[in-house]
Write a protein that binds this ligand. Structure first.
Ligand SMILES: Nc1ncnc2c1ncn2[C@@H]1O[C@H](COP(=O)(O)OP(=O)(O)OP(=O)(O)O)[C@@H](O)[C@H]1O
Ligand SMILES: [Mg+2]
Length: 263
């Protein structure tokens, strides 16, 4: 099953090369006003172990692109391939409320084919990785928003994918909780060497986290600009270097929004 979804999205699942390869991908949707071109000729690779943030104005097609990489939808043209089936994490935690934190993770392990006898230990290890030791038996309603996102992250990591796709996973959290989770995500990314494609419209968050920031234009979404972020990790969102690059990127983003407004 691991390869089926990825294959549905592209022509194949690769075992070498980039974690994700997006080649000349366009996507249109049928609307009452006719075909709407949302993504136009996107070409983008995510290298193994790389952390890329995809930044753009609301409605520019970020989630559409992530869904295509996830294999949840097909491009209208172009090709996408990934190293195995990616794991997904969204703004909404999408945990099963009738299961405990531990059982939510175990379900992902079960779907991956992990033997029953090993699931509990692995679930507890993953809870430890996201610093939720002791939360195994807690139900979703007993957890704070930040804790739920930690469980959702642990569940995504339970899939043992080489590529983690994240769509504004911290957008609903308060600034302090988000800050803590940025630190945790950076730590986990460095420890596991997973590749991450992270969608956000928050410029500071994009710079805080990524090795590379990719800015999408709006209507249609195209790769407008890319920045390498060489600021050493761990970074703080309030670091001067993070702030300075954020100012530069925000200027470009404003330009994109202005251009879009003139259409
Ligand atoms: N299934 C669909 N059918 C028709 N139009 C769609 C569909 N999915 C997305 N769109 C349109 O594609 C455009 C891009 O949507 P998308 O959700 O990818 O944007 P986004 O960049 O993720 O925005 P946000 O930052 O608000 O989450 C929007 O105009 C949206 O209405
Ligand atoms: Mg979106």
């Amino acid at each position: 099953m691991a390869t089926t979804l990825a294959k549905a999205a592209d022509g194949g699942t690769q075992t070498t090369g980039p974690a994700a390869r997006i080649e000349h991908v366009s996507k249109s949707f049928a609307t009452p006003a006719g075909q709407q071109l949302v993504l136009d000729d996107i070409t983008l690779d995510v290298a193994p172990g790389e952390f890329v943030t995809l930044l753009g104005a609301s409605g520019c097609g970020k989630s559409t692109l992530l869904n295509l990489v996830a294999g949840l939808d097909r491009p209208s043209s172009g090709e996408i391939s990934t190293q195995g089936r990616p794991a997904l994490m969204f703004q909404e935690h999408a945990l099963f409320p009738w299961l405990t934190a531990g059982k939510n993770i175990e379900l992902a392990l079960k779907l991956r084919g992990v033997a029953k006898a090993d699931r509990r230990t692995r679930a507890e290890e993953l809870l430890e990785l996201v610093r939720l030791n002791g939360a195994y038996g807690k139900r979703v309603h007993e957890l704070s928003g930040g804790m739920r996102q930690r469980v959702a992250l642990a569940r995504a990591l339970a899939q043992d994918s080489r590529l983690l796709l994240m769509d504004e996973p911290f957008a609903a959290l308060d600034a302090i909780t988000r800050d803590v989770l940025h630190d945790e995500l950076t730590r986990i990314w460095r420890e596991t060497n997973v590749s991450v494609l992270f969608v956000t419209h928050n410029v500071r968050e994009a710079v805080r986290l990524a090795e590379r920031v990719v800015l999408l234009s709006s209507r249609p979404g195209r790769v407008a600009h890319e920045w390498r972020v060489d600021i050493p990790q761990p970074r703080r969102i309030e670091d001067t270097a993070v702030a300075e690059l954020s100012v530069e990127i925000t200027e470009q983003l404003r330009g994109e929004i202005r251009r879009h407004g003139q259409h």
